[in-house]
Design a protein around this ligand. Structure first.
Ligand code: A3D
Length: 314
């Protein structure tokens, strides 16, 4: 069986880490695309030179030509610019929307059957632009944010309870930003919901509230420590989990930014919700019941996503 092909558009911090993880997991051959001259070729060569040591079989190519993504089975998009001093949020929004336009047109031209995962910020608006421009079915275009936000929530909870991260499940809904909605009621330790753990004396409501807030601020916490750039190891691992679920038809239940068609009372926008990712892409959007305070927080988050999309000028 021929190897699958994964195209990474943007070969920066996340792009390089994605390529390394994909190689180590032998998910397929990798093409790194970037506008920075020769840089993706340099990363590709460095990565393939690690393969004899790490013991994996995968081809890596780096290119500045979009034709290199031809026939890709999976495309992961991190291309874009970070906010620079003096730049407004709207400036960033429209600069990166322009990048998504070029990326989307190239996907449409070279690999219209691909499963596309967007990571570029502001995430919920960028994945929305990308899907429209590429013209791919919405179930083949998703945004990565929920897996990362949930992973942060899970790690903080595991630390609090002194249990393995593997035994903590957590859900974070809504847009990727200050208004994300970590769902305490649906988060568990080995199936025991967090409110029950408060009753059992394992933690307090105040401690859980501060963990929820730390989860919301998770991206900013890393940015302030790194001084330059933003998180890349955990974002890359999260997108690789989504790609793997698609390529291996694992049907993992993963929170992703998916296009809603009436679920949760929302239509046409991309918002973080629990999904099932399998060979057909987003095979199911899971609509869980929300309590009135959770619904209010979700609606506030959706309003923030909508205002970003309204500000996009293509
Ligand atoms: P960085 O290391 O700057 O990589 C971005 C790459 O995009 C650079 O190599 C650029 O040369 C390249 N680029 C710029 N313009 C274009 C273009 N027109 N076409 C192709 N490539 C281009 O950033 P990063 O890898 O750290 O982060 C990438 C993106 O992910 C940023 O938008 C971050 O804000 C975002 N991000 C999202 C999350 C989420 O959870 C959603 C988390 C972390 C980072």
């Amino acid at each position: 069986m021929a190897r699958k092909k994964l195209a990474l558009i943007g070969a920066g911090q996340i792009g390089g880490t994605l390529a390394h993880l994909i190689g180590l997991k032998e998910l397929g051959d990798v093409t790194l695309f970037d506008v920075a001259e020769s840089m993706p070729a340099g990363k590709a060569l460095d990565l393939v030179e690690s393969s004899p040591v790490s013991g994996f079989n995968a081809a890596f190519t780096g290119t500045n030509d979009y034709a290199g993504i031809e026939g890709a089975d999976v495309v992961i998009v991190t291309a874009g610019i970070p906010r620079k001093p003096g730049m407004s949020r709207d400036d960033l929004l429209n600069t990166n929307a322009g990048v998504m336009k070029a990326v989307g047109e190239s996907i449409k031209r070279y690999c219209p059957d691909a499963f596309v995962i967007c990571i570029t910020n502001p995430l919920d608006a960028m994945v929305w632009v990308l899907q429209q421009v590429a013209g791919l079915p919405a179930q083949k275009v998703v945004g990565m944010a929920g897996v990362l936000d949930s992973a942060r929530f899970r790690y903080f909870l595991a630390e609090e309870f002194k249990v393995s991260v593997e035994d903590v499940t957590a859900f974070v809904l809504g847009g990727h930003g200050d208004s994300m909605v970590p769902l305490v009621r649906y988060s568990t330790v080995a199936g025991i919901p967090l409110p029950d753990l408060v009753k059992m004396g394992w933690t307090t409501k105040e401690k859980l509230d501060s963990i929820v807030q730390r989860t919301r601020d998770g991206g900013a916490e890393i940015v302030s420590l790194l001084k330059t750039g933003s998180a890349f190891y955990a974002p890359a691992a999260s997108a690789v989990q989504m790609a793997e679920s698609y390529l291996k038809d694992q049907r993992r239940v993963l929170p992703c930014a998916a296009q809603l068609t009436g679920q949760y009372g929302v239509s046409g926008l991309y918002v973080g919700v629990p999904t099932v990712i399998g060979a057909a892409g987003v095979e199911k959007i899971i609509e869980i019941e929300l309590a009135s305070d959770e619904k209010a927080a979700f609606d506030k988050s959706v309003a923030a996503v909508k205002s970003l999309c309204d500000a996009v000028k293509l």
